[in-house]
Design a protein around this ligand. Structure first.
Ligand code: HXC
Length: 511
């Protein structure tokens, strides 16, 4: 056979992966193939495939008689929005996208390239996990990938798409990466499948209920985004990349600045009645560049809002209490959610804008037994450690430990602004009066009247931003409508921020 013909023949075999029938099965299941996903994500004509001729070398259980095109994973380099990325996409049509020795070596090679080039690593996972026939070589493979995920963490962004089943070891590489996007209905993540669970615990559970996209987006917090299908997930990855730099030495992408007029209506957004909530999303959307908010973890721990935005073209990260959900309380999950996002922002040179309206940490045995102390400490740690520009706006309640935890001056915020509606105190006036003036209230001939007087007394003293401002804990009190102006100016000014931290190998964040 002519040498060129041979290459052509080999290419054809590689391109069809597990064959027409399995591709059809993949399509019927509502999934694209590994190659279709790569083509959808990358700029047209930009893909350079690597290691397409790699073959497994396992001879156990009849594998010597089987060939797996590209060993079940498509790897290479390409561009998204004109920027270079490294990518792998597991091919479920080839032995269930299972991971053996050579499949893993391909992934490890592309991870190494991403690191050398300082470009984002995009992983598309659709795999039955460790290739069972290859035994310990599959486990070796996963270990090599996890190790590289960890070395790359904080150096290049690592973005994972879960586009099919991800069983066993297949879930841990995604879990180490920065963002996990799951496709609704077709994607699953679990350590042990329903059959094993049934055998061990007797529990009957479906794959969807065990590790479907909604479960991991809303309950476990393992996933940050949910997409309707493979097409939508591709556009979400592109959008995500438009906010973040390619590596930790780069500044995030800058967009065209936009003129936004002062929004006077913001001045009345906080309701007079302190028990009436408002939507923090409204506040966020009215101070950022219109339409640029991209929420992260939108279905998880919803008393906290996290997401990317642009302010006068600058890419920033937003961390905000959401008074509409549990009054904006800090609990185990919301602390974890914010802390992890803050660490991403800090690693990738993105300013942190914090909006505060929280009554405090959630009390109760569920939270205490679950380790709210340990989890809340992560938030304190993440804010304190972050050396990127930190700008905090206190819109309303900032009570107790939660005031400190939410990007306070004391944890190194560069600019803390408060709205006239801010209340900065150890706790709310009712709780405070009940404790501090207990004796007076009890001894009073009209206890309720005295209680109300004491509540007012405490509120008059602390339910405002001026005590904190008089100490310099708040840098200035501003009208809500002035917030955007201050943010724009602060982002320009703090871009030259350089803050030294004590040298150490690494800290010991309370995990
Ligand atoms: C080898 C596998 C495989 C695997 C699937 N296949 N998973 N081959 N090793 N892990 C093969 C199937 O035999 C089948 O081949 C083809 O891929 C398609 O799989 P189906 O079962 O037909 O597909 P589907 O019905 O959609 O089910 C998908 C699935 C299921 C849910 C992923 O295949 C499954 O449960 N697989 C095993 C999952 C698992 O237990 N993995 C190991 C985890 S242990 P044929 O030729 O018949 O079509 C692990 C340890 C690592 O990962 C720990 C590291 C920390």
């Amino acid at each position: 056979m002519d040498k060129n013909e041979e290459l052509l023949k080999r290419r054809k075999i590689i391109q069809v992966g597990g064959g027409k029938e399995r591709i059809e099965k993949q399509h019927t299941a509502g999934k694209l193939t590994a190659r279709e996903r790569v083509n959808l994500l990358l700029d047209e004509g930009s893909f350079i495939e690597i290691d397409d001729h790699v073959k497994h070398r396992c001879t156990y259980f009849g594998l010597d008689k089987k060939t797996f095109p590209a060993d079940g994973v498509v790897t290479g380099l390409g561009k998204i929005g004109g920027r270079n990325v490294a990518i792998f996409s597991q091919d479920f049509t080839v032995q269930g996208g299972s991971l053996g020795e050579m499949h893993a070596k391909k992934i490890a090679k592309i991870q190494d390239m991403a690191m050398k080039l300082g470009i984002p690593m995009i992983s598309i996972n659709d795999s039955g996990g460790a290739r069972i026939q290859e035994g310990v070589d599959s486990l070796y493979g996963y270990g090599e990938i996890f190790y590289r995920n960890t070395l790359a963490s904080g150096v290049i962004p690592q973005i994972t798409v879960i586009a099919g089943p991800c069983a066993g070891g297949a879930v841990y590489s995604p879990a180490i990466t920065d963002f996990v996007l799951m496709v609704d209905k077709t994607s699953k993540m679990f350590i042990t499948g329903p059959e094993v669970i049934k055998a061990v615990t007797g529990e009957n559970v479906t794959q969807e209920l065990l590790g479907g996209a909604m479960v991991h987006n809303s309950k476990s917090g393992v996933a940050h985004f949910i997409a309707k299908n493979d097409e939508e997930v591709a556009s979400m990855v592109k959008k995500l990349l438009s906010y973040i730099p390619s590596n930790n030495m780069e500044e995030p992408p800058f967009s065209e600045p936009v003129e936004v007029p002062l929004d006077e209506s913001l001045n009345t957004i906080i309701p007079e009645d302190p028990h009436k909530p408002y939507d923090m999303m409204e506040v966020i959307n009215r101070v950022i560049d219109p339409g640029t908010f991209f929420e992260v973890h939108s279905k998880f721990a919803r008393s906290m809002v996290t997401g990317f935005a642009k302010i006068n073209g600058h890419s920033v990260g937003i961390v905000a209490n959401q008074p509409r959900v549990l009054a904006g309380v800090l609990d185990i999950d919301s602390s974890d959610k914010a802390a992890r996002f803050i660490r991403f922002l800090d690693a990738f040179n993105m300013p942190i804008i914090t909006f505060v309206d929280t009554p405090g940490f959630l009390p109760g045995t569920t939270q205490e037994y679950g380790g709210i102390i340990r989890h809340g400490a992560k938030l304190l740690y993440a804010y304190s450690e972050a050396s990127v520009p930190k700008i905090t706006i206190i819109t309303h309640k900032a009570y107790g430990g939660a005031y400190i935890a939410m990007g306070s001056k004391h944890l190194g915020a560069d600019l803390v602004l408060a709205w006239p509606s801010a209340e900065i105190a150890v706790m709310g006036p009712e709780g405070a009066a009940n404790i501090v003036f207990r004796k007076e209230i009890k001894a009073s001939s009209e206890p309720e009247k005295t209680r109300q007087e004491k509540i007012k007394e405490y509120a008059d003293m602390f339910s405002n931003p001026y005590v904190a401002a008089s100490r310099g804990y708040v840098d200035s009190v501003v009208f809500p409508s002035e917030t955007r102006y201050y943010l724009v100016r602060a982002l320009e000014t703090f871009s030259s921020k350089a803050e030294g931290k004590p040298s150490k190998k690494h800290g010991n964040i309370p995990l």
